[in-house]
Design a protein around this ligand. Structure first.
Ligand SMILES: *Cc1c(COP(=O)(O)O)cnc(C)c1O
Length: 406
């Protein structure tokens, strides 16, 4: 392996692994019989969607699970099931992605943005200061960084605030031995292509709350067929709820469920592979002058399908210079702090449909966050090379003196 200054990375940062043969076979079987809708079953048949729910409930340890059309749908459904209404406020992270404030807007509510720390988690002091403003927190475990969940739950329980977890980036992750998604009243997951399981589009919702889950199931479009679910509350829970809950269709179909079931069986292995890639990049960037790595607490059992670091207090031009130089060498970095939202990067003040207060402490951090995907099509050697390239280019800009603000 060459380690010269101009080595070039040639991999694709958006290329996921192909669907494994077991998934292809399962999908072909569903297509072969044509019963793609989850409630279209023959006598004695259990739909793939119902089996997926049962298996995901077992995997997370949740009592109940519902498979839905997207992660965004899981979040809106969870909020509706918690009674969030038009005109309500919902606490959420300032550092997150567009589907999160979008889900809040979709239920007619307004986000109250809570700041971010240098560890890229929600700022618990800022949360404590704002907690009286809403009765629900939609907590985004953005880019897989998990805050001190024991402290967060103590704070929210003490204030009577219901927690809904956005686990789009933490499927398979834990805090203090308890899965992400099991701390709040609901855990919401996405199975779209860039997440930890890939069905193109899709989502999963988990909960131990029987009334809440019964409402979610009715909303998803179960008609009166909820007894066909295998990870649902008992039928008597639906007695009143079935009359009171509108249908807001967002079911998952059997094709997607069939693709996902074999992936769930192999999820642990995939999580370990992601973390091996993460550790390789982390080791390669250690002690790079001007570059701050993110501390990962021992209680955080993360799944790193992406990598972040900080160019804290750098001049914007210098940050842009690093990004441009890395891109020339095949390394695609995203800058969350860029003034204009590009690609999937955005920050709280770019969602202009939602009012926000200025957050100077968070702005300083957001302005320095650099983000990079780690698809499983990369090898650890790829990751070592990526780290060498970033290290060299950060070093070149830093040494020229362009990095420091003063
Ligand atoms: C992808 C994503 C979602 C929503 O997922 P979709 O399935 O695309 O609706 C929610 N939160 C975060 C942080 C995400 O990245």
């Amino acid at each position: 392996m060459t380690k010269n200054y101009t080595e070039q990375f040639t991999g694709s940062f958006t290329q996921q692994e192909p669907i494994a043969q077991a998934g292809i076979d399962a999908v072909l079987a569903v297509m072969g019989h044509g019963r793609l809708h989850r409630y279209n079953t023959v006598d004695g048949e259990i739909a793939e969607a119902a089996l997926l729910e049962e298996e995901f409930a077992t995997y997370t340890g949740a009592k109940y699970c519902l498979a839905v059309a997207s992660g965004g749908y899981a979040m809106t459904t969870a909020m509706r099931a918690c009674g969030v209404k038009h005109g309500d406020k919902v606490l959420t992270n300032a550092f997150t992605l567009a589907p999160v404030p979008g889900a809040i807007a979709a239920v007619g509510a307004a986000p109250v943005f809570v700041g971010v720390t240098e560890n890229l988690v929600i700022d618990l002091d800022d949360l404590a200061a704002k907690i009286g403003q809403a009765s629900v927190l939609l907590l985004s475990h953005m880019r897989g960084h998990i805050c001190d969940m024991d402290a967060l739950m103590a704070l929210c329980d003490g204030a009577g605030v219901t927690v809904i977890e956005d686990c789009a980036h933490t499927m398979g992750a834990e805090w203090n031995g308890k899965p992400s998604g099991r701390w709040g009243k609901f855990g919401c997951y996405s199975t779209q292509t860039y997440k930890h399981m890939n069905s193109g589009e899709g989502g999963l919702l988990i909960s131990d709350d029987s009334d809440g889950m019964a409402r979610a199931i009715m909303m998803s479009g179960s008609y009166m067929l909820f007894e066909r679910h295998r990870a649902a509350p008992p039928p008597e829970t639906f007695k009143q709820i079935k009359y009171e809950t509108p249908n807001i269709s967002g079911r998952m179909d059997n094709l997607r469920a069939a693709i996902l079931r074999p992936q769930l069986a192999g999820l642990k292995t995939q999580c370990d592979r992601w973390n091996a890639l993460y550790r390789e990049v982390e080791a390669g960037l250690k002690d790079t002058p001007g570059l701050k790595l993110i501390d990962r607490p021992a209680a955080e059992d993360f799944v790193a399908s992406s990598f972040q670091f900080l160019l804290l207090d750098w001049k914007p031009d210098a940050v842009q210079d690093v990004i441009t130089r890395c891109l020339k060498r095949g390394v695609e970095l995203k800058w969350f702090g860029g003034a204009e939202p590009t690609g999937f990067t955005s920050r709280y003040d770019s969602w202009r449909y939602a009012a926000s207060e200025p957050m100077p402490k968070s702005d300083r951090i957001l302005a320095g966050i650099i983000d990079m995907r780690l698809p499983l099509t990369f090898s650890t050697q790829d990751c070592a090379q990526i780290a060498r390239i970033i290290r060299a280019e950060v070093g070149a800009v830093w040494q020229s003196g362009a990095g420091a603000i003063t």
